[in-house]
Design a protein around this ligand. Structure first.
Ligand code: SAM
Length: 287
């Protein structure tokens, strides 16, 4: 890769009337780029999702800048104010709680507002929990999709999970620890017994990435309290198998039983091939 195709100094100069989306660490404070530190040190002001957390990062790098709060519940009013300062010629760096702004956080709305008002936006890449988890998961990384947080509304969530049942790409989901067990149960009901990589406390002291089936995970978390931040990396649905549509569900189960499997194992294997939960296949053959 040729990294000197442009004049580096020129490219890294802070421009007026520009919003910089600056990626910050997701745990380990050393995970920040030279460019991010330079931009945070040189912009006119910093818009931060968490004005109590960001000073720790700024202090570590000796950065002293005025902070302005921008988070979910003030994003409309404060977004307008930030854009008015950008229109007046100032430069601003947006940092969110952790990771890459605009990924599952209100940064997305500020980018839209800037686009509407003709304000230049520059993204300064760095840590992102989704990508960090995907690379550790051991699941296919060639094709993947990012779901972020599943919708909180029950109806929307049901629809989203239904759509995910046939998604053959590796799927990345964010989840808070206190919702983990209920989400795992919903995923099991909608997707069947898939493998999931539980990527926890990434880049921190207690970082771990453990891969297990949804049924094993439900059993485990029924007894153990989930702690820390989680990214779930979920195995995709099996690619449509040409043979499957030609067989009824009962024929499919019989095929496996004729190969020596018990009925329950045959149901499990056929459900996996068809990308449906075991319970759905069981109901189908017992209709
Ligand atoms: N913008 C961030 C990014 O680039 O990843 C994501 C922000 S989102 C509000 C926060 C969620 O990201 C958490 O609930 C968790 O699912 C995930 N996350 C953030 N940091 C993490 C970490 N160190 N380990 C595991 N998951 C993390």
């Amino acid at each position: 890769m040729n990294t000197e195709i442009y004049n580096e100094e020129e490219k890294n100069k802070i421009e007026k009337s520009t919003l910089y989306l600056v990626a910050t660490p997701i745990g380990n404070l050393a995970d920040i780029t030279y460019r991010a530190v330079k931009i945070l040190s040189e912009v006119d002001f910093i818009a931060a999702e968490d004005t109590r957390n960001t000073p720790k990062l700024l202090m570590k790098y000796g950065i002293k800048k005025p902070l302005y709060s921008y988070f979910e519940h003030n994003k409309r009013e404060h977004g307008e104010y930030i854009v008015s300062r950008l229109e007046a010629g100032e430069s601003c760096a947006l940092v969110t709680d952790a990771g890459t702004p605009a990924i599952s956080d209100p940064g997305e709305d500020l980018v839209v507002l800037c686009q509407k008002r003709g304000i230049k936006v520059v993204s300064v890449p760095g840590a992102c929990a989704a990508i960090t988890a995907l690379t550790l998961s051991g699941l296919p990384t060639r094709r993947f999709c990012f779901e972020g947080f599943l919708p909180p509304s029950k109806a929307e969530r049901r629809e989203r999970l239904k759509a995910l049942a046939n998604e053959s790409r590796t799927t990345i989901v964010y989840e808070a620890p206190h919702h983990l067990l209920s989400t795992l149960k919903e995923l099991y009901g909608a997707l069947g017994d898939r493998r999931v990589a539980f990527c926890r406390e990434l880049t921190k002291i207690n970082e771990e990435a453990v891969i297990m089936s949804l049924s094993d995970a439900i059993e485990y978390y029924n007894g153990a309290k989930p702690r820390g931040e989680f990214v779930l990396v979920i195995e995709g649905a099996p690619e449509a198998n040409d043979e499957v549509p030609k067989m009824t569900a009962a024929e499919h189960v019989e095929m496996y039983m004729s190969q020596g499997m018990t009925k329950m194992d045959a149901i499990k294997a056929a459900a996996k091939d068809r990308g449906v939960p075991k319970s759905e296949l069981y109901a189908e053959i017992n209709k």
